[in-house]
Design a protein around this ligand. Structure first.
Ligand code: ZN
Length: 420
């Protein structure tokens, strides 16, 4: 696939995926279009050699795999569907000072200040009871800009450019309307009616997140960059999904995108949960075959990497400071915050070299803490040899992040060419 087509598709995927639910739904659709058959975890599985399958959990995590059956040396690609955001509380409506606001909780380690003065919309999952007494779920996406978090004017905040702190309970409530007739239940029913869901006896619960309605764009004098929300980690979801769609069904490959990475991965749909392990056990129920697969496979955990910031370069170790558009980053940490080791690094380097794709290294400064990824979690849980890689990114966990126009396509080519 050419870089231009790849990147156009990427922008569309980013815009269409404001929440993990939407990302999972879009990836499911694309996998299904590429000939992957849908499995359901509650059914009996009768897998056929030479087929390709996918399965979802909690509507927010997805696993896709080819099934050559005899070859078990899988190339696995792992990513996460969630991004830091502001989540609506169950009783969100606050009416005061002439406006209606929404109470929110912050999800993950989000950078709060960039959320001010943005045009915000809402999306997520809603559960409701219909007249037959059935509980149903649906995804909603308001799409229109319906709220904003106005900054406090500098005249009222003389420390605004010096000691800015943001209180998560009081300072970041999105303002919705000046009409205090607003009812949350009515608002949800209206959104359901836009999905042609009219048989709603009661709306029971929802998981809704705010997002910036600004679209993903190419940016820079030569379109050098991609600017968007949720590049961490929808970038890797898109790369992983397109990679498995591009390989032959006889090549053993698996792609997993998990929810809840930004909050520690501990959930039914998170990487610390049982989703991948139980799927692999159903693919290889015989214990010896299972262990053969585990110990001959390799997991490539793909998550964004901190590119060196041109205005804050001292935050990086200068010998291990990735540049944007200079290639995929191998992430290394002596304390196992990343799972890369010399064996997995060598295999990855060899595949990149075989198609002349550049690579870079990232090691955090020794006097600073280091983030982590799903890499060490799956390596620990399952015993699969793992490498942590990522695409150079600026402004990680901001409402708008910045990556290069060349690096995602480079990772895609390496994954398709990967020999394990
Ligand atoms: Zn991430």
């Amino acid at each position: 696939m050419k870089k231009e087509d790849f990147n156009e598709g990427l922008l569309g995927f980013l815009d269409a995926s404001p929440t993990p639910f939407h990302a999972t739904s879009n990836m499911s659709m694309m996998l299904s279009n590429a000939g992957f058959l849908q499995l359901n975890e509650v059914d009996k599985w009768e897998l056929e050699a030479g087929q390709k399958y996918y399965v979802t959990r909690n509507d927010s995590s997805v696993i896709a795999f080819t099934y050559p059956k005899e070859q078990k040396n899988y190339v696995m690609v792992g990513a996460h569907t969630d991004s830091p955001n502001l989540k609506l509380k169950p009783n969100p409506v606050i009416k005061e000072h002439g406006v209606v606001k929404f109470g929110v909780e912050s999800y993950g380690g989000l950078l709060l200040t960039p959320w001010f003065d943005r045009d915000l919309s809402l999306a997520g999952r809603v559960s409701y009871l219909n007249s037959e007494g059935e509980i149903k779920e649906t995804l909603i996406n308001v799409q229109k800009s319906i709220a904003t978090i106005p900054s406090l004017a500098i005249h009222l905040d003389d420390k605004a450019n010096k000691d800015k702190t943001v209180n998560k309970q009081t300072d970041i409530c999105p303002v919705l309307t000046t009409n205090d007739d607003f009812e949350f239940d009515e608002f949800l029913r209206w959104q359901l009616s836009k999905n042609e869901i009219l048989d709603v006896k009661e709306v029971y619960a929802s998981e809704l997140s705010f997002y910036d309605t600004a679209k993903a764009v190419f940016l820079g004098l030569h379109d050098d960059f991609i600017a968007s929300a949720r590049l961490d980690n929808l970038l890797s979801c898109y790369v992983g999904m397109l990679s498995i769609c591009s390989v032959d069904a006889n090549k053993p490959m698996l792609f997993i995108a998990s929810d809840h990475e930004e909050v520690g991965s501990e959930s039914t749909s998170g990487a610390a949960g049982s989703f991948l392990e139980s799927t692999l056990k159903r693919m290889f129920p015989d214990m010896d075959e299972y262990m053969n697969m585990i110990r001959t496979s390799m997991m490539i955990s793909a998550d964004n990497a901190h590119a060196i910031h041109p205005n804050f370069s001292s935050k990086h170790d200068s010998k291990h400071a990735p540049y944007i558009n200079k290639g995929v980053v191998i992430k290394i940490n002596a304390n196992q915050r990343y799972a890369s080791n010399s064996v997995t690094i060598s295999k990855f380097m060899d595949s990149a070299k075989s198609i002349n794709e550049p690579l870079q290294n990232f090691v955090t400064r020794s006097d600073m803490g280091c983030g982590s990824t799903i890499g060490p979690i799956t390596a620990t849980r399952l015993g699969i040899e793992t490498i942590d890689v990522g695409l150079p990114t600026l402004g990680m966990h901001s409402i708008r992040e910045l990556a290069g126009n060349a690096d995602a396509h480079s990772l895609y080519k390496i994954l398709v060419a990967f020999k394990n």
